[in-house]
Ligand binder design. Structure first.
Ligand code: BTN
Length: 329
């Protein structure tokens, strides 16, 4: 994808008609080059009309992120997070892991308007669209060893759920291990990748993807029930306002995790857990699924469940997923 694609999308962001000829002239390119650069729009999740005599128009306006305003807010609240917004990248987490390896400081945050190879948990890809999603990764450095990072992804999920609630999202909850859901439909996913020494220090790259306004076409590509911010909040805030709120809560949440670990947020997490006390189907990565009742969350973030044959298990792997038990069973 060329840099021209994003220049053109920014020019079209208001959702009105813009003459292709005038746009091409203002960019110092030919109309054919402009038309070529915009061919990728459907792949980015964008509906673009081209009408002879009128020019180009987006089906929906796009609100691009206002990096300066978000950064100003972070500075004002003395956050250690430093935000950079890219137009496009393969994966913000992949790129941030590379930056971490060459010494990027704790609090470095990389957001992108578009990811060409977004990664989800369990080897899945993460679907996002330009203007319809929020995707970013945040680097945090810990003095302590990896053994002390149990529950980090749950603490991150709680921070995101809290932020979305503050943004007016109704019924935002967490779902073990680290999804954020509304009415059990996925609103946001979190991928935490850690590395470091057993005794410390360690680093964590917390990758967050939030569905902001997903078109039906994008929803169809996702193999589970999904929700988005715009349809869950009666007066939805802008994309930038949502990102600002999430970074504020995540920054505070990670500072707190550094001091107190998961213990600091465990009670709140329980109160936000969509499956607390409920019967679920546990789906391990390689073994057969089984039914159990959710009993608790352990201090290290493992989910404590009781099986029908009377055993109590602590589920620790982020590879395990939970499904609601159908009412008929
Ligand atoms: C999940 O599968 O639920 C986790 C999804 C995490 C997606 C985010 S989007 C930003 C960051 N970059 C990636 O490639 N993945 C994470």
């Amino acid at each position: 994808m060329s840099e021209l694609t994003f220049r053109a999308l920014r020019a079209l962001a208001d959702g009105r008609f813009h003459s292709g000829e005038e746009m091409a002239r203002s960019f110092g390119r030919s109309r054919a080059t402009l038309s070529e650069a915009l061919k990728i729009a459907p792949e980015l999740g964008i509906d673009l009309f081209s009408v002879r005599g009128k020019g180009y128009r987006l089906a929906e306006p796009i609100e691009f992120l206002d990096a300066a305003a978000i950064s100003q807010g972070l500075v004002a609240e003395r956050s250690r997070i430093r935000l950079e917004v890219l137009d496009q990248v393969d994966s913000t987490s992949t790129r941030l892991l590379e930056l971490a390896a060459v010494g990027a400081p704790s609090g470095t945050c990389l957001a992108a308007e578009w990811q060409s190879a977004g990664r989800g948990r369990r080897g899945r890809s993460w679907i996002a669209t330009v203007g319809g999603s929020l995707v970013f990764s945040l680097l945090w450095r810990f003095e302590r060893g990896a053994g002390h990072l149990g529950g980090l992804s749950l603490a991150a999920g709680a921070a995101v759920a809290r932020a979305l609630t503050e943004c007016g999202v109704e019924r935002a909850q967490v779902k073990w291990p680290n999804d954020v859901v509304a009415d059990l439909r996925k609103l946001a996913g979190i991928l935490v990748e850690t590395s470091g020494e057993i005794q410390g220090p360690t680093i964590a790259v917390v990758g967050v993807g939030i569905n902001y306004r997903l078109a039906d076409r994008a929803k169809d590509l996702i193999d589970q029930p999904v929700a988005d911010v715009v349809h869950c909040a009666p007066s939805p805030p802008s994309r930038s306002a949502v990102l600002a709120a999430v970074l504020r809560h995540l920054g505070r949440g990670l500072e707190d995790f550094d001091r107190r670990g998961f213990a600091g947020v465990r009670d709140e997490w329980r109160s936000m857990h969509a499956y607390q006390g409920r019967d679920v189907r546990v789906v391990p990565p390689r073994e057969a699924p089984f039914e159990a009742k959710v009993v608790d969350v352990a201090p290290d973030g493992a989910l404590v469940v009781a099986t029908s044959d009377g055993r109590t298990l602590a589920l620790a792997s982020a590879e395990i997923s939970l499904r609601g038990k159908p009412a008929s069973e």
